[in-house]
Design a protein around this ligand. Structure first.
Ligand SMILES: [Mg+2]
Length: 278
């Protein structure tokens, strides 16, 4: 694997430039507060089961909020489906209800690409709307801005980014809003490091459009881009299909050998490769 033609590196923020997870419990609790009292306890139990991998909602699956099913896709085609009790659904049902490739819209079809989508999909199962869970998300981001929330920076990250900046353009692209992301960037000691920042990116729905804009802005082709992130559908699969290079931070162990050019558990495991860009 060589990154020698790379001209632009696109970094995700949450789960990529830091790996803390304590805010997910806070988020789950904010969602719980919006649920009917009689399901709150069950919701938290299921959330904890899902975090420990013992629930039908798993990283790498897709939740169909309309039919209340958990799907697995090959490309965009549904290949298997499970009900909330984790019982596999008959293939004839799949053929009837999902005859065409599905489009991930994060409303009916929610890609469970990282831990942000575990509490929200379970909340939806128990009757919440996308507005409810987004409000809980914003409350969580508010909490992450406070002094009581501290984040451990990844040692050496700032120096690695500074060294590659001399040779390539770097971009930060996150689904999170600007005010809280800027505070988190500062807490990570990365303030001022990213000249180009895209907030509220709406990945994966807008991933391809975003990469299109990046190509125009820097006058490069998709094959000149290296995308780094912890969410396969948001940051890896689409750019890989276009011929771009990818580093997938596979914290949950869902990757196979074709998932990305480089699969690591932690970002620092890719530092040696990244330094070759500088
Ligand atoms: Mg992420």
């Amino acid at each position: 694997m060589s990154f020698k033609n790379i001209k632009v590196v696109v970094f995700d923020l949450d789960g990529t430039l830091y790996r803390d997870t304590k805010h997910f419990d806070y988020y789950a609790n904010k969602i719980k507060e919006k649920l009917n009292k009689d399901v709150q306890e069950k919701y938290i139990y299921e959330y904890n089961q899902a975090v420990s991998g013992n629930h039908v909602i798993k990283i790498g699956s897709v939740y169909d909020a309309e039919l209340d099913l958990v799907l697995y896709l090959d490309d965009s085609t549904v290949v298997s489906a499970y009900n909330w009790s984790n019982t596999e659904i008959d293939s004839s049902f799949i053929e009837e209800h999902y005859p065409n490739p599905i489009i991930i819209d994060m409303d009916r079809f929610m890609s469970i690409g990282d831990l942000w989508w575990v509490p929200s999909s379970i909340g939806k199962h128990y009757g919440l709307t996308g507005e409810d869970t987004y409000d809980a998300f914003l409350r969580t981001r508010d909490y992450m801005m406070t002094d009581s929330y501290d984040i451990d920076p990844i040692e050496g990250l700032a120096d690695v980014i500074k060294s590659i900046k001399k040779k390539v353009d770097i971009v930060l692209m996150t689904n999170s809003p600007e005010p809280d992301s800027l505070v988190i960037i500062e807490k990570l000691g990365l303030k001022g490091i990213f000249p180009t920042r895209i907030f509220n990116a709406k990945k994966p729905v807008k991933t391809l459009a975003r990469f299109d804009s990046i190509c125009s802005q820097f006058n490069v082709k998709p094959t000149d881009i290296l995308s780094i992130g912890d969410n396969l559908l948001n940051e890896i699969t689409p750019i890989r299909k276009l011929g771009g290079k990818t580093i997938f931070i596979d914290f949950h162990g869902i990757a196979n050998k074709d998932s990305a050019d480089i699969v690591v558990t932690n970002l620092e495991d890719s530092f040696d490769m990244l330094k070759t860009l500088g």
